[in-house]
Design a protein around this ligand. Sequence first.
Ligand SMILES: Cc1cc2nc3c(=O)[nH]c(=O)nc-3n(C[C@H](O)[C@H](O)[C@H](O)COP(=O)(O)O)c2cc1C
Length: 270
Amino acid sequence: MLELKPPLVLLSGPAGFGEYLKLMDHRYVGGVLLKTVTLHPKEGNPTPRMADSDFYVINRIGLENPGIHAFVENVPELPVPMIASLGGDSFEEYLEVARVFKKVADRFHAVEFNFSCPNVKEGGLSIVKNAEEWKKLLNTLRKELPDSFLIAKVGVEGIFVEDAAEFVMKTGWDGITLVNTVRGLHFEKDTMILGGLSGPVLKPIALRAVYEVKKRFPELFVIASGGVYSVKDAEEFLKVGADVIGVGSALFKDPGVVEEIGKYLLEVKR
Ligand SMILES: Cc1cc2nc3c(=O)[nH]c(=O)nc-3n(C[C@H](O)[C@H](O)[C@H](O)COP(=O)(O)O)c2cc1C
């Protein structure tokens, strides 16, 4: 089991490779989900790559990362438990990334596979659209990393989360992160930004996803991801059964909220 104290993680992407930890008291952070790493380095998309409003953040970063080989040579040293996030552009790439990651797997409390990035052409959420192929991939990755706590990150596009959760359970994975960003379009003056929506607008969607999955599979470990900006939001996710509360976009607005939520979770989850 993945025991994080408090059960709060900084989510993949907004948390970078742990830079935000400088701004907060580590006693209130249960773990950090590092930025998704792919087989080859990625420069990401051209700017503008992000915008925000009161209700949402939109991003089209495009999985900028140094690639798995550079990552394993330079694993960050952080003062809190680390969870890696791995991605790929195809079946073979996911598998290759897992093989390279194996060398450093024992330095991580868990590993999350990103099956839901909306900002890349291949891989990301396109992989779940072919259910049979995805199930085969889940089985293959489980065999490749037999000792790791394996978490699948899925979104609400391409598949129903309940169906995704069933595949995740049946292939012997340990947990699921719900949800990733949802494809959106934002106008910045006359420039269109086609990216993934996160932040407050995502909360009702993420709450429903966690609720549906926990109702059907109470034993599946669930990390909540979507619109946690306050203690009240965290409280609602606990009510629908989340095991861990993830904070992402809120870090851009006020990293201090992590301490407030962390304190609250330490109280209720003693
Ligand atoms: C700028 C930015 C970059 C992101 N990059 C990643 C990523 O690399 N891997 C991933 O799995 N999710 C990524 N996400 C999605 C977040 O991890 C999270 O699932 C989503 O933002 C919803 O949570 P939030 O509303 O608390 O931000 C990113 C989100 C943002 C805003």
